[in-house]
Design a protein. Structure first.
Length: 430
């Protein structure tokens, strides 16, 4: 039985389990934020370990249903998953705490990297340290994917669905929303209607949606009326990205690069590549690259003070809508899961997500182990083609060290990430 509070969300997944204190939530979600390297695959696995395996804050089915919901929404799915988990535990206050702590560590690192970047133009020692982190993430993701598949793919149909989703996105480059929609329709269509849901349909969250929509767009309207033109342009562009970013940041990177480089001329192509490279090595969602781009653009236009303001504008425009989506949609999840056909659609999405995460994991590993990865096209098929001459043996050696430390010796994830960061930084002096 789930204890509910219609104003703030479920308080726990068990009537006998008291919700955790906010201080304990801050400690746990702060740890998640600090260790959330490696993109959504690693972040999803990290949250599962912290919230389902290590402590019984969420049960398995609740976690997987929430993951399926977040995959359907625009924006960074891992950040929204953290927000949902916080909402589930302590209502809106918990959701705000969890979502903010997921983003804040990475945002602080991005701000520091921009400050270094504008002074020296590159940060080779930092990048060497982050190479070690990325090598560790390869191992973390592989282990996490294995566990996720074992928990999710319990029938032949689920395995087939995951395989088809992987082929669709890896080889055919089909849009992520199309894959998710097809999986949902397949699950819905093959299930009998069944009994009606036992949970009551929540009241439409008009007030919550109106509040968060105003909080999100109100400051941007004020910037357009009274602020610096560059800040207003940055805010509206990042807000647009927040709406169209389905399937993670990689889905819109080409569009973002074309707009900020060719249309707005805020930064150069080389600077955009540096921004992406540095954003990939920080904790938190990759879409934090928007903060880097905003701060660098504003620094080149008006100096450090404008850069700081631009960073805040980018963070606001990018991440406030995540709270809008979650606080509006989350109350409906239990009701949907209580009806056979929608529940089957969510289960099908979860199976397809395994294939999508496999694609992200493979993409990440190839770009860590090879510095030059082109695309081989043959009709509708396009496959990544790493250049063998660009293979990085140091990255492989660091990944092997991570595998020994994490899997064979069963050391902690935080300890593994720290060790590999130090090993990567040390390799800079060899």
């Amino acid at each position: 039985m789930t204890v509910k509070n219609s104003a703030s969300g479920p308080l726990s997944d068990s009537a006998t389990t008291a919700p955790p204190a906010l201080a304990e939530m801050a400690r746990v979600f702060g740890r998640i934020g600090l260790l959330s390297f490696g993109g959504p695959a690693a972040q999803i696995a990290l949250m599962h370990r912290e919230l389902v395996e290590t402590r019984p804050w969420l049960d398995e089915q609740t976690y997987l249903r929430a993951l399926s919901l977040c995959m359907l929404l625009p924006g960074p799915e891992a950040m929204q998953l953290a927000t949902y988990a916080g909402w589930r535990l302590r209502g809106v206050t918990g959701g705000l705490l969890a979502g903010a702590l997921f983003v804040l560590p990475g945002a602080l690192v991005i701000a520091a990297l921009v400050a270094v970047y504008v002074q020296v133009g590159s940060v080779p020692l930092v990048q060497a340290g982050f190479l070690g982190i990325k090598a560790a993430v390869i191992v973390i993701v592989i282990e996490a994917l294995r566990k996720l598949a074992a928990r999710t793919l319990k029938t032949p149909a689920a395995w087939i669905l995951a395989g088809l989703a992987f082929v669709a996105i890896f080889a055919l480059s089909l849009p992520f929303p199309l894959i998710v929609l097809a999986a949902a329709l397949w699950g819905f269509a093959r299930t009998a209607p069944g009994a009606r849901a036992q949970t009551a349909l929540p009241r439409p969250p008009y007030r919550s949606a109106a509040l968060w929509l105003t909080l999100w767009l109100g400051p941007l309207l004020l910037l357009e009326r009274f602020g610096a033109p560059l800040l207003a342009d940055i805010g509206w562009f990042m807000a647009k990205l927040a709406v169209v970013t389905f399937g993670g940041a990689y889905a819109v990177l080409a569009y973002m690069t074309q707009t900020v480089v060719d249309q707005y001329h805020w930064i150069t192509t080389a600077q955009m590549i540096d921004a992406l490279g540095l954003a990939e090595t920080t904790p938190g969602p990759l879409i934090l690259v928007t903060q880097f781009v905003a701060m660098l653009s504003a620094y080149l236009d008006g100096g450090a003070s404008l850069a700081a303001l631009a960073g805040l504008v980018a963070l606001w425009a990018t991440f406030v809508p995540c709270f809008l989506w979650i606080f509006t949609a989350a109350p409906y999840l239990d009701h949907i899961a209580g009806r056979p056909r929608p529940a089957a659609a969510l289960a099908a999405i979860t199976a397809a997500v395994v294939g999508v995460i496999l694609n992200l994991s493979l993409w990440f590993a190839l770009h860590v182990l090879f510095s030059d990865v082109s695309v081989l096209r043959a009709g509708p098929v396009s496959l990544p083609a790493p250049q063998l001459s660009s293979f990085d043996p140091l990255a492989l050696a660091l990944a092997a060290l991570a595998a020994v430390w994490l899997i064979l010796l069963r050391r902690g994830m935080g300890e593994t990430v720290l060790l590999l960061a130090l090993a990567g930084a040390g390799s800079h002096f060899l």
